[in-house]
Design a protein around this ligand. Sequence first.
Ligand code: UDP
Ligand code: MG
Length: 169
Amino acid sequence: MDQAVLILIKPDGLKKSLTGNILTRLSETKLEIVAAKMVRVSKSLAEEHYKHLKDKPFFPEIIHYLQGDLHDRKKVMALVYWGPDAITKCRDLAGSTNPEEAEATSIRGSYGRITTSGVYENVVHVSSNVPEAEREIKLWFNPDEIIVDLYGTKTVAQKECATKVWADK
Ligand code: UDP
Ligand code: MG
């Protein structure tokens, strides 16, 4: 069954210059990239993304982590991969959440680490199931940033909506 999955290359992945390696590994899946962008992550976006973990003791740390505070890289790369069994294929390639437990050949097993304060710096995020993927993709992307129609859309008239455009083009 065709599925969409949100992938984030987290700030440690960017700091370690792993974008190329991670995209190469993900290309083994033969899935299609249907959206991609760099994002400066606000506190509210990070908190909404990880809201299912808000009662965990490590929640404040992973919000800092996703915002780039631990790596001097205030950005993540967000992508949507699409195709047959996309979630399982990408999660298998990513490996276990704990990089020490992840298979050595997986992305997290190859490049992740546990910090002295106990945060799993595991270089990528991959949606964990179909409802989570839909929630996360709708959180990170607008419909017109994705080149296929994944979910239902509606058109709303915007009143007095200011949009930044190129000064000269
Ligand atoms: N995390 C952590 N310690 C834990 C569990 C999770 O530092 O004991 C971090 C880790 O970076 C992980 C993120 O919190 O990727 C989100 O946790 P989740 O359980 O959703 O794992 P994932 O879906 O990313 O494998
Ligand atoms: Mg998760």
